[in-house]
Structures are given as structure tokens and as C-alpha cells.
Design a protein around this ligand. Structure first.
Ligand SMILES: NC(=O)c1ccc[n+]([C@@H]2O[C@H](COP(=O)([O-])OP(=O)(O)OC[C@H]3O[C@@H](n4cnc5c(N)ncnc54)[C@H](O)[C@@H]3O)[C@@H](O)[C@H]2O)c1
Ligand SMILES: O=C(O)[C@H](O)[C@H](O)COP(=O)(O)O
Length: 357
């Protein structure tokens, strides 16, 4: 049995080696029809488009993407071809929530946006949006949630009732997108934040996009930043990655290379889900749970010191410093702003980041 695996899926190698199968590791964007022709399974990230042109002449019967998003998988073709496929729902949702928490703390520290005077609009109440809403609520923000598909299903909104995107545009000081990228259907999200949306903003909000780049129209967002319809932008996901728009990079307060979900915890969750799916599909013995690496001693000691110096007068600052020591998106942003051509390199060699210590 042969598996082709994206070589930038961290922590998965040992578990795969214990499966006793042939494994070929390759750069995701380079995996082509000739590489998968005699393969039985494919484990990818967002960089491999899985469709008929890749899989049509192969014997692949199982495709797993070690990600939440699956807009790079042609699900219609998978169904037609009888290929089982899976993504990893929720795997790195806590990592994106950690990213958002640090962003909100930075907006408070550096831009004076006090949480108790801030209304945040969450667009999409799925795995990520739910956790982000909880973070914002715990900081004292007023939370509004827009999720028309969930509203139509009669799902419960924890924050009063679901509101419309127009309500969000009218009321919110921060607007953050957590929807899948979809190009058709009643609730398609391609350019959901387009010209009309930016024109309708009333509070000159901060716009945050950690979902998929094309959920926001980059040109319209840049215009809105120049015309002061938008106060600041925090961009993790970009149109046309890795060839990102340098005007948006320059204007964005925080600009990161699609790494909101890159905690080691999130990566390991995805690995464990993929290995389980693979073992179930092929009847293999599961080689056991993969664990994330520990933080180095100096980081752990520093965090311990911060906690020990906590007192009632500076508790807020200590908590903020702990969160920002664990993860500060400004570091990733500074690197990307200095060297945007290294977008994929920053992702592929991402340093160890943990959600807890
Ligand atoms: N930047 C990163 O590293 C990173 C990490 C994880 C996930 N993501 C992306 O974040 C997004 C959200 O992930 P998730 O796990 O929460 O997905 P999810 O499927 O759990 O939730 C998405 C929610 O969006 C809602 N939705 C769909 N269309 C909508 C519309 N037009 N308006 C408002 N709501 C709509 C759905 O009803 C659903 O509740 C995805 O695009 C995913 O690929 C990015
Ligand atoms: O959808 C997801 O899970 C995230 O966007 C994920 O972090 C993407 O990571 P990639 O596969 O591009 O490394």
C-alpha cells in the first residue's frame, strides 16, 4: 500500500512509519497525476487541489486533508469517483481563537479599543466562530452573530438572536469572518465582504479575516482602508496566496501568512484525525496518539515568573502578557511585512507555538 503525503504536515511522520506502508513525502503544490497514479491514499493540506485532473488516472481510494477548510477538494468529483475523503472539522479552531484573542488584546493595548466599549460582529458561528465569540464575551465585549444558514435551520444563537450582515455593518466596531469559502448557492461567501458591504459600514470598524482570502474583496477592502470606512485590517488569509496584494500587506495593521491555525496543538489534532480516518478506511491498526512537543524551558520559566508576579493591581496586564508571550501575531506580521516573498517559507517552517503551557 502506498500513501502520498504533503511534506509540510508536521508531527505525522512517526505515526505513519509505524503503519508499515510505503509513504512518499512531497511538496503539496507539486503533487501531480504521475505521483498519485500508483498510490492508494493521499494526505494533503490546502496546497494540493484534489480533483479529476489529479486523481482521474489513479487508484487512490482515500483522500484526507489535515485542515478544517476543504475548498481545495472537488467534493462532487470525489462522490462521482467513489473516493472517500475527509477533512478535520474543528482541529485548529482553538488555535484560531488564540490568534483572535491575541489580536483583540493588541487592539486594546495599542489601539485603545477597550473591550467593554466594543461591539464585535462574528460572521459564521461554526467551530471557529463559536470559540471566538466566547473569547470576546469573556473579555467583556458585546457580541453579535450573523449566520443565515444556521438561522434558517433554527439553530440557537447564544447572543440573543442571529443578526444580518447589514446589522453587523451598522453596529460593530470589530468584524471578524469565520465562514467557509463557497462560490455558489444562496449563502455563497465569495466576496461576501465586497464593495456594498464596505460602503455600508457605519462604525469605521476593524476588519479581521482568518477564513479564506476570497471571502473579502481585497481591492474593495484597500479602498475602504484609504477612504476611512475601515479603521484597520487584520489579515491572515489572502486572495491569490502566496502572491498576495502588497498594498493590503502595507496597509494592514496585522498581516500574517495564513498561520492562525498553526498551533502545534491544532496540527496534532489534525494528524490524529487523519490517521484515524486512514486506519478505518484500510483496516489498519492505529499506531497511537501523536502528542505536541513541549515548550522550551525558557518560555515556560518566563510564563511562570509572570504568573508569580501577579497581583490584583496588574492582573489584567499579567494575563495579557501571558497570552502574548504564548502567541503574539505581531511577530509573524513583522516577518511577513519585511519579506512577503517568503510567505510559503514562513508557513512551511513555522516555529513551535502552543495554546497552553
Ligand atoms: N486561518 C486559518 O489558519 C484557519 C484555520 C481554521 C479554519 N479556517 C477557515 O475558517 C473558516 C471557518 O471554519 P469553521 O471550522 O468555523 O467552519 P464551520 O463549517 O464549522 O463553520 C462555518 C459557519 O459559517 C456559516 N456560514 C456559511 N455561509 C455563511 C454566510 N454566507 N454568512 C454567514 N455565515 C455563513 C455556516 O452556517 C457555519 O456555521 C473556514 O473558511 C476555514 O477554512 C482558517
Ligand atoms: O482550513 C484550515 O484548517 C486552515 O486554513 C489551515 O491552517 C490551513 O493550513 P495549510 O493546509 O494551508 O497548511
Amino acid at each position: 500500500m502506498k500513501i502520498v503525503i504533503d511534506d509540510k504536515i508536521p508531527y505525522i511522520h512517526d505515526a505513519v512509519s509505524r503503519l508499515g506502508v510505503e509513504a512518499v513525502y512531497m511538496q503539496g503544490s507539486k503533487i501531480g497525476p504521475a505521483d498519485v497514479r500508483d498510490a492508494d491514499a493521499l494526505i494533503v493540506r490546502t496546497r494540493t487541489r484534489c480533483d479529476e485532473s489529479l486523481l482521474g488516472n489513479s487508484r487512490v481510494s482515500f483522500v484526507a486533508t489535515a485542515t478544517i477548510g476543504y475548498d481545495h477538494i472537488d467534493t462532487e468529483y470525489m462522490k462521482k469517483a467513489g473516493i472517500e475523503w475527509m477533512n478535520c472539522p474543528g482541529c485548529n479552531s482553538s488555535s484560531v481563537a488564540q490568534y483572535l484573542k491575541s489580536v483583540l488584546l493588541l487592539l486594546w493595548r495599542d489601539k485603545g479599543m477597550s473591550p467593554t466599549h466594543t461591539t464585535i460582529g462574528i460572521v459564521g458561528q461554526g467551530h471557529v466562530g463559536t470559540k471566538v465569540a466566547a473569547v470576546a464575551e469573556s473579555m467583556g465585549m458585546q457580541v453579535l452573530v450573523c449566520d443565515p444558514p444556521k438561522a434558517e435551520e433554527g439553530a440557537e444563537c447564544r447572543y440573543g438572536k442571529f443578526v444580518t450582515l447589514e446589522d453587523i455593518a451598522r453596529e460593530c466596531d470589530i468584524i471578524t469572518f469565520h465562514v467557509p469559502l463557497t462560490r455558489c448557492g444562496k449563502h455563497a461567501t465569495y466576496h461576501l465582504a465586497g464593495q456594498d458591504f464596505f460602503d455600508s459600514l457605519q462604525q469605521c470598524p476593524v476588519i479581521i479575516n482568518t477564513s479564506r482570502g476570497a471571502v473579502a474583496d481585497g481591492n474593495a477592502l484597500i479602498d475602504a482602508l484609504y477612504n476611512n470606512k475601515v479603521k484597520d485590517a487584520v489579515i491572515d488569509t489572502w486572495e491569490n496566496e502566496p502572491d498576495i496584494d502588497l498594498r493590503l500587506l502595507d496597509k494592514a495593521y496585522i498581516a500574517t501568512p495564513h498561520i492562525a491555525g498553526y498551533s502545534a496543538d491544532g496540527k496534532v489534532n489534525a494528524d490524529n484525525m487523519v490517521i484515524e480516518g486512514l486506519c478505518n478506511h484500510f483496516g489498519l491498526d492505529n499506531p497511537g496518539k501523536i502528542m505536541p512537543p513541549e515548550l522550551p524551558y525558557n518560555v515556560t520559566a518566563h510564563l511562570k515568573e509572570l504568573l508569580e508576579c501577579r497581583n490584583p493591581n496588574n492582573e489584567e496586564c499579567v494575563n495579557r502578557d501571558i497570552a502574548l508571550t504564548l502567541y503574539n501575531p505581531l511577530n509573524d506580521s513583522t516577518n511577513l511585512k519585511k519579506a512577503p516573498d517568503r510567505f510559503e517559507e514562513f508557513r512551511g517552517n513555522y516555529p513551535l507555538r502552543r495554546e497552553k503551557w
